[in-house]
Structure formats: structure tokens, C-alpha cells
Design a protein around this ligand. Sequence first.
Ligand SMILES: [Zn+2]
Length: 302
Amino acid sequence: MRPRPIISLALGLLLPLALVGCGSASSRDTPAAHTRLSAPLQHIVKTIGDVRLHTFVAPPEVFGVTAHIIETSESLVVIDTQLLEHHAKQLRAYADGLHKPIVRVIVSHGHPDHYFGVAQFADLPTFALPKSLHDMGWRHKGHWRNHRRMEGDQIAERIVLPRSELVEPELEVDGVVLRFDAVEACEDNMQLVVRLPAQRAIIVQDIVYTGYHPFFLTADFAHWREVLEALAADPGYDYVMGGHGAPGGVETFAWMRAYLDRAETVLGSSKSPSDAVRGMMAAYPDLSGGDVMLSILEGFSP
Ligand SMILES: [Zn+2]
């Protein structure tokens, strides 16, 4: 991916959304009224040679946010850590049950549904891209306040950030090569992509959503589409693991591109972000997550 200057989120009304990001539940409830989001993570496993790729998908109320475990012959690498504390605990318990050392926990970007669970992995080496670490540093207090208001004590009392910068382009774990790319200006202003070339698998997190409305309200549509086109043009991958919803194939890139085309048009002709979300819910009635985006918007209404 070509380097690109960070976009300015000069979006006025939408700027507060940077403090929520994707992945929230209900809006301005009193603590007693928080919906208990007790549904467990859905677990999907793909075996490719001697590598097992585990994907854990949160229920729709949590925007179907994913975390992944790359299981090699002797080791585990965890990608992202979930939003709700009990989901992060479930993820950690599953990883521990595999009885292999977790050699790294890597957070893909600076949105809370991907890093709020790091506290459950705080005894391990935790990493994120330097820019994402910077984002988490300035965002996390606002993220925490907003999500405690929305999801109450299902959000961890204390947020732990990844400790180390992910700077190397590649990591080999028991002979399995993981290649890292930093992609700017899509759903967040920085996104890690993890490629497993020998397994023809790629973890793109929030560049791709499957079965969910993508969080398009702060998107750089043009650049996000360029990234999707570059991914679609790469013949090296069959198995695509996104940040929300179940893994899919390379067709997900074209689907996302078409969605963004429509969303940009709808957003441009809508009176408000809420109207744009409602327009996309009408255009894509089978997708989940539109109501979550509306809840986020209601949470920031004056
Ligand atoms: Zn997300």
C-alpha cells in the first residue's frame, strides 16, 4: 500500500465519532438500564495446512466485532481483543485452553472495540502500529467515558494499552510468515493488515465488514476504495478475515467497494448522518449494525 498523509477529520458534527469508533451497543441509558450483552463470541475455525485460523465474532449488539488467533504448531498470535470485558475474558480463556504460548498480542487499529480487551492480555507482549498507539493514547479516555455510558460495567474499569510498537515488516512464528502492512485513511486513519502468504489468508480488519454496515461516517471514501481495489487485484489470497462479521473470500473486497460507492452518494444527499445511516439500512436491509451506528449518533446528539 502506498503511504499517504493522514486525513484530517474535518467533519464538524462527525468529529466526536472518532471518540467512539465502530462497535458500541445501546446509547444514553442509565447504568441500571444497560442491556446485558451476555451472548458469547461465535467461534469459526479455518485449518490451512498446519495452521489454524480462529475467528471470534461478537453478537450483533456489539457490531459483530472480531478477534483472531493464529495457531501455529507451537505458538499463538492474537489479533485484537474485543470491546466487552467478558468477551475479552472468553477470548483469553480459549487461547489458554489451546495450551500453547501466546507469543504476541497485536491490536490492529485505535478503535475501542479492538483494544479495550488488552487488559486480559497485559501479562503478554502486546503490540500496535506506532500511529495506532499514538491514537489510543489520546483517544482512550474519551473512548472509555463514552463506552461506560453506553455499555456500563461491561466495559473494563481500567483500559490497558499495548506496550510496544509494531515496526518490523515481518514475523516468523514456527515457520509461518506473517507480513505486516500499515494502511492509512480507510475506516480509521491507520489500519494494520496481516498477510499469511503461504496460507493464502489475509487479516484486513476494518477495511472489510461482512454482514454488517461498515462504519462509514468518518470514512475517506476515495482512499478506502483504492485500498480495496489494490487488495482485490492481489491474486495471492483466498481467505479474508475482516473486523466485523465472519471471514469471507476475495469477493468481499468488491462488495465493500460497491457499498462505499452507495454510502458516499447517500451521505452526500442526506440532511444528517442519521438520515444517511437510515438510507443505507433501507438500501441494505439484510445487514446488521445500522442500529448500532444510530445509537452512536444519538449518544452524541446535543
Ligand atoms: Zn471495528
